[in-house]
Design a binder for this molecule. Structure first.
Ligand SMILES: Nc1ncnc2c1ncn2[C@@H]1O[C@H](COP(=O)(O)OP(=O)(O)OP(=O)(O)O)[C@@H](O)[C@H]1O
Ligand SMILES: [Mg+2]
Length: 171
């Protein structure tokens, strides 16, 4: 994965595959670290599944034997001497947390976080998302549940709405 935003897009696919109706993605940047949290209310995992999940040879997918998303994400954060954790409860949901150490030469760039957010909305208009991006110069939050209440008949993935989201993010 080239950057952290592409990892986020990939990890969020797991939440969608787990039938989450709400996915909360938070990115907090300082000069020292980039911390990513992806929380969903999907079907979750048993303790046994959870133990295997960062093992690249574990996957429940049928099309290929090796699931790579979580193990690659974990590897990339651990390369920076950062921290990785995953918690999950059946029928409650899953939380993935990764803290990249920015002082490491192996720290991936954040990439285009707005494009990750927009891609998720465009492809999953019926799923709700809370997006947060905090940095020394930014304190952004979008809750699609709130946005949908003001949109009425307009779909959240229509171009004027997406343009508004872009402008709101770029402030
Ligand atoms: N948010 C989640 N909710 C429920 N189960 C999850 C979640 N994330 C991962 N899993 C389980 O962990 C397995 C491994 O996930 P991972 O992303 O590493 O691989 P994958 O999604 O199977 O394949 P790939 O990401 O390479 O396409 C998944 O197949 C799924 O069973
Ligand atoms: Mg995956």
């Amino acid at each position: 994965m080239r950057d952290i935003s592409l990892h986020i897009l990939d990890i969020a696919q797991n939440s969608l595959a787990a039938n989450a109706s709400l996915v909360e993605i938070s990115v907090e940047e300082t000069s020292d670290y980039i911390e990513v949290t992806i929380k969903d209310n999907g079907k979750g995992m048993s303790e046994e599944e959870l133990k295997k999940v960062t093992d690249p040879f574990y996957t429940t997918r049928k099309t290929r034997k090796v699931g790579l998303g979580l193990s690659l994400f974990k590897q990339n954060v651990e390369l920076t001497n950062g921290s990785f954790s995953i918690e999950s409860k059946p029928n409650v949901g899953t939380v993935v947390n990764a803290k990249f150490n920015r002082h490491s030469i192996d720290c991936l760039p954040l990439g285009d976080l707005l494009e990750t957010f927009i891609t998720l909305i465009i492809l999953n208009p019926d799923t709700d998302f809370v997006f947060k991006h905090k940095s020394p110069v930014k304190d952004y939050q979008l809750d699609t549940r709130e946005l949908k209440t003001v949109l009425n008949e307009i779909k959240i993935n229509e171009i004027p709405v997406i343009n508004w989201i872009r402008e709101d993010y770029n402030g």
